[in-house]
Design a protein around this ligand. Structure first.
Ligand code: PGA
Length: 260
């Protein structure tokens, strides 16, 4: 069976709203965000909320969040547990801080820090082995899209990321479809077009891991999500949530997206 964008909502896929703060916010600024967020979004959330601050603010955010239903994720990690890897952070270090999630393979890591599909795969294997929930980003560049290579690129990114990973482990992964041309540009993908790409990713996961696994895997959309366009994107059955960059930096706009 293949999936299409229009099928019924799947009850097993709880929506995820994740903030990727990139290289913004000192620990004090991050704590101030959490305090404001908790005021604006009191009570149970309709979605799982994940905040991904920079490495230096992770501990402060874990503390500020306390027992509130908010998860904290890193934006990157190295796959080794420890060793002579200057400047890197290990999964054990993240776990020790109370971090539960980690973004892997973000396009900015791929573009500016030379991360390959093979490295993303090693990190993914390690994150899963250490009980971290990975948020694995895939998506095509503008020139790849324009030359009709979107499917080929995403196919490659997904299949290499998942090599040596079991179906059970795959069901614990959160994917994020982030077309690179939509990141930070103010030009989000059209909801129906994004939903088609999500269906394509889900089909790929089904082919590799089986249909039951593909049914439960959450696939977030990322790339210029804003309070204005979030409802349209999130109303698509295939879109299980959002990974938000610039619109997540202010608690008010992040909460608006959460409420949509
Ligand atoms: P953006 O970033 O929302 O600022 O486009 C999204 C991301 O890079 O995850």
């Amino acid at each position: 069976m293949s999936y299409n964008a229009q099928r019924d909502t799947h009850p097993m896929r709880k929506p995820v709203i994740a903030a990727n703060w990139k290289m913004y916010k000192t620990p004090a600024e991050a704590r101030a965000f959490v305090a404001e967020f908790l005021k604006l979004a009191a009570g149970p959330h309709p979605a799982e909320v994940i905040l991904c601050p920079s490495m230096t603010a992770l501990g402060s955010v874990v503390e500020a969040v306390g027992t509130a239903p908010i998860a904290v994720g890193a934006q990157n990690m190295y796959y080794a547990e420890e060793g002579a890897f200057t400047g890197e952070t290990s999964p054990l270090m993240l776990r020790a801080l109370g971090v539960t999630h980690v973004i892997l393979g973000h396009s900015e890591r791929r573009q500016f820090f030379c991360e390959t599909d093979e490295l993303v795969n090693k990190k993914l294997i390690s994150a899963l082995a250490h009980g971290l929930t990975p948020i694995v980003c895939v998506g095509e560049l503008e020139e790849e899209r324009n030359s009709g290579k979107t499917e080929e690129v995403i196919d490659r990114q997904v299949s290499i990321a998942l090599s040596e990973i079991t179906p059970e482990q795959t069901s614990r992964i959160i994917f994020a479809y982030e077309p690179v041309w939509a990141i930070g540009t103010g030009h989000a993908a059209r909801p129906s077009a994004a939903a088609e790409e999500h269906a394509m990713i889900r089909n790929k996961i089904a082919a590799l891991m089986g249909q039951p696994v593909a049914e439960v895997v959450r696939i977030l959309y990322g790339g210029s999500v804003s309070p204005e366009n979030a409802a349209g994107l999130l109303s698509q059955t295939e879109i299980d949530g959002a990974l938000i960059g610039s619109a997540s930096l202010q608690a008010e706009s992040f909460v608006k997206i959460l409420k949509s």
